[in-house]
Design a protein around this ligand. Structure first.
Ligand code: AMP
Length: 221
């Protein structure tokens, strides 16, 4: 099974994706997490990626596609979170999967109004332990102990690109480059959208349950 999580930045692709991975024992491939790790380790790829990420822009397709395909080679049963983000990336993925006799099971598109995305993203904190990668929100989904990850006890940090100015830029980039993927995957018959109300205390559980139901329907039809 191969799943794509689609949605604007800050819609919960990482959080819901992690739950789906746990449920189906899939590998979680989050391009943003991989880039952040490369930046932290100051690799050549990290330095290059940071030039774009710090401005809220997309890392160029040739860099991103090569990185993802290198990882996919070693994986079976994957959830893609943050990839594809352009039509070009989607076309490359389609070609890659066809060549490897694999296919996309479903594309889950998370839908949150822009003003809620900004509210939620400026108050997001993430676990500093990359093996864990848990995400929290100081307003809507706080950790049990302030500044500490519930799951692994590591320090929680803010993402450098989670400030209002960069988020607005990331949203603009999303509308220009990534939103066209909604129609692309609709035409492929793979798109399923889930509307999210971020103000409910059980948003995560509700969205996870809806997503799993969608996947089950796909698997049984
Ligand atoms: P994310 O953690 O998914 O919000 O990604 C953080 C940043 O990493 C994005 O704003 C982009 O700059 C970069 N990035 C992540 N995935 C991709 C992708 N598929 N294509 C290009 N840039 C990406």
């Amino acid at each position: 099974m191969n799943i794509i999580m689609l949605g604007a930045p800050g819609t919960g692709k990482g959080t819901i994706g992690a739950e789906i991975c746990k449920h189906y024992n899939l590998t979680h491939l989050a391009t943003g997490d991989i880039f952040r790790d490369e930046i932290k380790r100051q690799t050549e790829l990290g330095k290059k990626a940071n030039e774009y990420i710090s401005k809220g822009q997309l890392v160029p397709d040739e860099i991103t596609i090569a990185m993802v395909e290198g990882k996919l080679d070693k994986m079976d049963g994957v959830l893609l979170d943050g990839f594809p983000r352009t039509i070009n990336q989607a076309e490359s993925l389609k070609k890659y999967l066809a060549e490897h006799n694999k296919e996309i099971t479903v594309v889950i598109n998370l839908v949150v109004p822009d003003e809620d995305i900004i509210k939620r993203t400026v108050s997001r904190v993430i676990c500093s332990n990359k093996e864990c990668g848990a995400s929290y929100n100081t307003i809507f989904m706080p950790p049990k102990v302030e500044g500490i990850c519930d799951k692994c006890g590591s320090k929680l940090i803010k993402r450098a690109d989670d400030n209002e100015e960069t988020i607005k830029q990331r949203l603009a980039v999303y509308y220009k480059n990534t939103e066209p993927l909604i129609n692309y995957y609709k035409n492929e018959g793979l798109l399923e959208s889930v509307d999210i109300n971020i103000y409910l205390p059980t948003t995560k559980e509700i969205t996870t349950a809806k997503s799993i139901k969608i996947i089950e329907n796909r698997l049984n039809n």
